[in-house]
Design a protein around this ligand. Structure first.
Ligand SMILES: Cc1cc2nc3c(=O)[nH]c(=O)nc-3n(C[C@H](O)[C@H](O)[C@H](O)COP(=O)(O)OP(=O)(O)OC[C@H]3O[C@@H](n4cnc5c(N)ncnc54)[C@H](O)[C@@H]3O)c2cc1C
Length: 536
């Protein structure tokens, strides 16, 4: 073991390793990039993280850089959880510290997964209603500012986060808190207190930059930069640094603990699937369906299910209802509700009125339960099926304004022809976030080049309709290659100042969000596909 790893191991209760076979397992996420860390650290306590960050800051002061990356479950699609320095994996930070059922609050370590948390909360009839993979960690959800499919209904992870504890890049612990104007004044008097110092510095920065913040607010659907800084210092609201960490992607510190608001489980659910022959027909339906406030409303290009059919995996739900005739559906809408018993009854009646707007409809009934599960699993099967090469998660969750979706789909058709690709769209009609999965063989140099042309061409059609590439989560190492050049210079400078305020030595995930270059993107493109069935 390297001397440095030995030294770090002697000072922390967790583990530091430089074994290549272990490091290799942490060199990939769900993005197209690959970076081998020099060291992996699995801390057990916040003190371990403090020691590591202080050590790295000391090295930086001596002119030696040991960049620090942070990893939750490693599901990031933008390469933000990769580093060629020391990677802190939050896998041991997976405990629930406290559940307050009366106040519906829960205190957890940031590495706990959504699945682990919701399984425990279910015992108390509570849940964190974020519709996402069970494997994602709470720290990861916050740090990517993930807009999940139920975000329109419930408000995403942002709405449910009350407070967080963070180890700052200088090794100090910071706990977020809401402050009134008087609270800010008191903090300004406590020059030696780290919490007070962070609060007042960010307060001053946001006060000085109100004009820039107003500009950031104008681009509602863009999740790049430290976009949530717009919520830190609002008129008539208490000041709180917390929002700045949403979408920070591990660049401002390591989140160790989180207090979440949770809510009672809604046990009564209902699912529906509707078929349409045109996008305009589907959109007209969705406008009406939105009034019923579903939990999720997803749009699927019918080609996804056609592909599955050609692979002999036709969705059972569609099979049972179109046993004789071939389906002509071009689009499917999946609707899902979680409400109380009486609301569900009402929704059933309202949906009955909407059914004539669709070509066909499939209503949740006991006998179709398994078929609905099979329908939902269809997307995962499709994403794991490779026609020519791996389906790459490179432009997931693009934000497209609702009224521009038909234009976007038309432009996408041209892109399909240009790149000889099938690009069926899937996404949420409630959050206006849509994904496509282009297929490129990363083992082939020409294909890797084509992937870059594709990314640039795709960005062009997105921005043409007023959309945003970083729509559903932050930009990381991949999307920042595009988003950075499209960010207003004043806004860029402001984001730079925020980062400098937290991390003057630039030790936390350099190259993530800011400083990403096409050269680095190409250098870190992985050369082999991801293996195994990926539970997206
Ligand atoms: C193909 C694919 C599709 C996806 N689509 C969806 C989807 O449709 N809906 C959905 O809800 N989710 C989706 N996700 C997941 C989502 O995009 C995020 O990647 C997820 O929130 C990351 O959680 P994680 O625990 O894996 O964090 P990681 O991927 O490990 O990390 C994500 C970011 O958070 C930072 N981070 C993690 N933990 C901490 C911490 N404790 N402190 C500071 N920074 C931290 C990392 O540095 C990194 O920048 C998808 C993922 C994949 C693989």
């Amino acid at each position: 073991m390297n001397k440095l790893a030995k030294f770090l191991n002697a000072h922390i209760s967790g583990l530091v390793t430089d074994k290549p076979e272990i490091l290799a397992a942490y060199s990939r996420d769900m993005s197209v990039l690959e970076m081998m860390p020099r060291f992996l650290c699995i801390p057990k306590t916040a003190e371990d993280i403090q020691f590591i960050l202080r050590f790295s800051a000391k090295l930086a002061k001596k002119g030696y850089k040991l960049p620090i990356g942070v990893r939750g479950a490693g599901l990031d699609t933008t390469g933000a959880d990769l580093t060629d320095g020391l990677l802190i994996s939050m896998e041991k930070f997976n405990t629930i510290e406290e559940i307050d059922t009366r106040e519906s609050l829960v205190r957890v370590k940031a590495g706990i997964t959504l699945g682990e948390l919701n399984d425990a909360l279910a015992l108390f009839g509570l849940e964190l209603p974020v519709v996402a993979s069970r494997k994602q960690t709470i720290g990861g959800l916050i740090s990517t500012a993930l807009i999940d499919e139920a975000a329109k209904k419930y408000g995403s992870i942002y709405y449910f986060t009350d407070r967080i504890e963070v180890v700052l890049p200088n090794g100090e612990i910071f706990q977020t808190t809401s402050l009134t104007k008087r609270g800010i004044k008191l903090a300004q008097l406590k020059a030696d207190d780290q919490n007070a110092k962070t609060n007042t510095t960010i307060y001053d920065l946001t006060e000085k930059n109100q004009a820039v913040i107003a500009k950031i607010r104008e681009s509602v659907h863009n999740r790049s930069g430290y976009r949530m800084v717009t919520e830190v210092n609002r008129e008539n609201k208490p000041f709180d640094v917390l929002p700045i960490f949403f979408g920070a992607q591990g660049t401002l510190g390591v989140i160790t603990e989180v207090i979440l608001k949770v809510q009672p489980i809604q046990y009564h659910t209902r699912q529906y699937v509707f078929e349409f022959t045109s996008i305009n027909q589907a959109l007209a339906f969705s406008e009406k369906a939105k009034e019923l406030e579903p939990r999720t409303m997803n749009l699927y290009d019918g080609r996804i299910f056609k592909t599955l059919e050609s692979l002999g995996r036709k969705a059972k739900l569609l099979e049972s209802n179109t046993a004789t005739a071939q389906s002509t559906a071009k689009f499917y809408i999946y609707l899902d509700f979680a409400e109380n018993f009486f609301r569900i009854r009402k929704i059933d009646r309202e949906i009955e009125k909407l059914r004539p707007l669709a070509d066909k409809s499939y209503v949740d009934q006991e006998k179709y339960k398994a078929d609905f599960n099979n329908f939902n699993f269809g997307l995962k099967l499709y994403l794991n099926s490779h026609d020519t090469a791996e389906k790459l998660a490179i432009v997931d969750k693009t934000s497209i304004p609702a009224e521009k979706l038909p234009d976007f789909l038309r432009n996408l058709q041209s892109l399909e022809q240009k790149f000889h690709q099938n690009l069926p769209v899937f996404g949420s009609l409630l959050t206006d976030l849509y994904s496509i999965r282009p297929e490129f063989d990363l083992t082939d140099i020409l294909n890797r080049k084509n992937l870059i042309f594709f990314l640039q061409s795709y960005a062009k059609i997105v921005y043409e309709v007023g959309g945003s590439l970083a729509g559903g989560f932050a930009e990381g190492r991949t999307l920042s290659v595009i988003t950075s050049s499209r960010t207003d210079l004043e806004i860029k400078e402001f984001y730079h100042q925020i980062r400098q305020t937290f991390d003057a030595d630039n030790i936390m995930s350099p190259g993530v969000k800011q400083g990403a270059t096409l050269t680095n993107f190409v250098r870190h493109l992985r050369e082999a596909p991801l293996i195994g069935f990926i539970e997206y």
